[in-house]
Structure formats: structure tokens, C-alpha cells
Design a binder for this molecule. Structure first.
Ligand code: SF4
Length: 208
């Protein structure tokens, strides 16, 4: 198989970085986890804090066995697959192998590409810059909407209508706008208690 065919089959993936840290956001805040950050994203968020991830060709193509080997070195059995936009790839084989090794597997995705893989927790963070693929709505365990502009509250409600009733709903201030929007988010959640607040606590802890 050529490299392109191996990537299409999900057996090799562009790996920007992988690191052991504490999950800072969302439902799993505070949990130690191994992050697998895949390169490549075509969503184009203006406030993206990993713009260097966008170009997939910049990153080494790594076999999934090697990726899993990296995760096994650390004591926690929680993996977070992120990007870039990880659903640009077929995540079936990687998640299958991680499952075989006993990992709980979470994903952070904008949902902009068709869903693939077997996950324990799907954190869906839709972006205005590229419409989510319809396959994400039934998969989402958590809807996390970044608040960067006042219109993002309405955007959050639009997506909340399509996820399962059991989906965790969270609003997260964009880091550079946290001071501006946090008071508004606090009031919003107090008045609509089906929403919760997510903060980027890893930035307070100064960890990746
Ligand atoms: Fe950045 Fe994520 Fe938006 Fe892609 S989807 S541009 S990686 S914030």
C-alpha cells in the first residue's frame, strides 16, 4: 500500500504531537490523559490556538501501533484524540487498537467530517467556519460551544436542538475573550440550567 492508501485506511496518521498531561476542559477536566494530536484541519477558526496544526503535510506519518506504544508508556488509561480536526481521518483502526489495550478513548472534534471510530466520550465543538457533518449529532456525548462573540449563544442553542437529550451542554469562553464573556456566560447558565460552564483550566495551570 502507498502512504496515501495507508492513511486512507487509518493505519498511518499524521501525528503533530502526543503528550501526557491533564485534560483541562469539559466533562473530563482534571483527569490525567494522553493526548494524540493529529495534523490537518480545514475548519479555519479565526481564534484557533493551534494554527500550526492546519497543514497535515507538515507532520510525520506514524503507524498506529507506534502511536499506541507511546500511550502505553504512561500510567493513565485515558486517551484524548484531538487535532487539528481528527475526523479528517478514518479513526476506526486506531481506536480499535487502543480499545484492545484497555484505554478509555475520548475525542475532541468540530464534527466537520463524517464520524469514524469507537469512542467512550465524544466532545463535539461545532464551529461557525465549517458546518458540522450530520453524522456527529447522534454521536455527541458533550456539546461544547466556544463563546467568542455574543451571537455564539444563539449558535449554541441551534446545535443543542439536534444532539441527544442526554448530551452534556457546555459553554466555554474563548481564552482571549474570557474576561469579556464570563459574566454573561455565568448569568446565561444560571438562567438556563441545562447548560454548564467549561473553562480552559490547563491554561490557568500553565500546562499543555
Ligand atoms: Fe483550530 Fe480546532 Fe478550529 Fe481546526 S477546528 S481551526 S484546530 S480550533
Amino acid at each position: 500500500m502507498t502512504t496515501q492508501e495507508l492513511i486512507a485506511a487509518g493505519l498511518q496518521l499524521p501525528l503533530m504531537e502526543a503528550f501526557y498531561t491533564i485534560q483541562g476542559e469539559g466533562k473530563f477536566t482534571g483527569h490525567p490523559a494522553y493526548f494524540i494530536r493529529l495534523g490537518g484541519c480545514d475548519v479555519g477558526c479565526v481564534w484557533c490556538d493551534v494554527k500550526e496544526s492546519w497543514e497535515a503535510g507538515k507532520w510525520p506519518i506514524v503507524g498506529i501501533e507506534e502511536i499506541v506504544k507511546g500511550a502505553l508508556v504512561h500510567p493513565a488509561r485515558l486517551v484524548v484524540i484531538t487535532g487539528g480536526e481528527p475526523l479528517m481521518y478514518n479513526l476506526g483502526p486506531l481506536t480499535e487498537l487502543l480499545k484492545e489495550k484497555g484505554f478509555t478513548i475520548n475525542i475532541e472534534t468540530s464534527g466537520a467530517h463524517p464520524f469514524s471510530g469507537n469512542f467512550d466520550w465524544v466532545c463535539f465543538s461545532p464551529k461557525k467556519f465549517k458546518k458540522p457533518h450530520p453524522s456527529i449529532y447522534e454521536q455527541a456525548d458533550e456539546l461544547k460551544v466556544v463563546i467568542f462573540h455574543s451571537s455564539d449563544f444563539a449558535f449554541a442553542e441551534e446545535h443543542a436542538e439536534f444532539v441527544n437529550p442526554s448530551c452534556d451542554l457546555r459553554l466555554q469562553p474563548e481564552w482571549s475573550k474570557a474576561e469579556r464573556f464570563l459574566p454573561e456566560i455565568i448569568e446565561y447558565v444560571k438562567n438556563r440550567p441545562f447548560w454548564k460552564i467549561s473553562l480552559q483550566t490547563h491554561k490557568f495551570m500553565d500546562i499543555p
